[in-house]
Design a protein around this ligand. Structure first.
Ligand code: KIV
Length: 279
């Protein structure tokens, strides 16, 4: 069933059951208006920790806090009706041990209404994923390029080429066996993404991976052309709204300086309008 025809928001098990079916559609969102625009078109919406770079001007996701995720999660929840909401666990909120992960995941879900959390990591996070799932917290895993680990990965490089492939494959199997209901594959070579998709029992969500994945996700500000600091190869710009917005702002500035805005239709008459007339 397509997202537009659905009556109620799917849950993690609905997403899991779409393995091998119609591709899952997802975007990130951080605000109510953007969530409203995508609600009818997405199966799930991710409140990504990319919010730190996209909306807060940070140079990586490492500075994103629980408070930022709660605030943006609450805003996105107000804009969603049909799509499921998944929320990222920020750097430092889950890696120490499963109990820390549970405390923070439970807070994110309770305070935002998200239906699941996403966390980064493969084999090393399997125990935590198992712990959370057994305690009622659906987990979406995220392997391949995990931006919270850029300092140990040495940058935003493709993950899983050549002899690295077996390690990424092992991560995929580990998170699936630990109980994750789906897994994001970021910047993983196409052939490997296809192999993972065919070998594991949960949906793979690609970002810079393969059209053969069970679903796709993009950062909304990337695909709309609002985020212009850099453009990864895997981003397709479906619109170029950043330059459009800037042109509109420049026109406004020029009109204010020329006193041509506000015009007559934007101001109010001194005398009250006759009944029935709106001015
Ligand atoms: O934070 C984010 O936006 C993400 C997506 C890129 C998958 O994790």
């Amino acid at each position: 069933m397509s997202a537009t025809a659905r009556k109620k928001a799917p849950n993690a098990e609905d997403i899991r059951s779409q393995k091998g079916g119609e591709p899952l559609v997802s975007l990130t969102a951080y605000t109510t208006p953007m969530a409203r625009l995508m609600d009818a078109h997405c199966d799930f919406v991710l409140v990504g920790d990319s919010v730190g770079m996209v909306l807060h001007g940070l140079t990586s996701t490492l500075g994103v806090t629980m408070e930022m995720m709660v605030l943006h999660g609450q805003a996105v929840a107000r804009g969603l009706d049909k799509a499921m909401m998944v929320i990222d666990m920020p750097f430092g909120s889950y890696e120490h041990d499963p109990a820390q992960a549970f405390r923070n995941a439970a807070r994110l879900m309770a305070e935002t209404g998200a239906g699941a959390v996403k966390l980064e990591g493969g084999i090393e996070m399997a125990e935590t994923i198992r712990f959370l799932v057994k305690r009622g917290i659906p987990v979406m895993a995220h392997i391949g390029l995990t931006p919270q680990s850029i300092n140990t990965l040495g940058g935003y490089k493709v993950q899983g080429r050549d002899e690295q492939a077996e390690a990424v494959l092992a991560d995929a199997h580990a998170v699936a066996e630990a109980g994750a209901f789906s897994v994001v594959l970021e910047k993983v070579p196409q052939g490997l993404a296809n192999r993972i998709t065919s070998e594991i029992a949960i949906p793979t969500i690609g970002i810079g991976a393969s059209a053969g994945c069970d679903g796709q996700i993009l950062v909304v500000d990337d695909m709309l052309g609002f985020f212009t600091a850099f453009k990864p190869k895997f981003v397709k710009r479906y619109a170029d709204l950043g330059p459009l917005a800037e042109a509109a702002i420049a026109e406004y500035a020029a009109e204010v300086r020329a006193r041509s805005f506000p015009a007559d239709e934007h101001v109010f008459a001194d005398a009250a309008p006759a009944k029935g007339l709106k001015t």
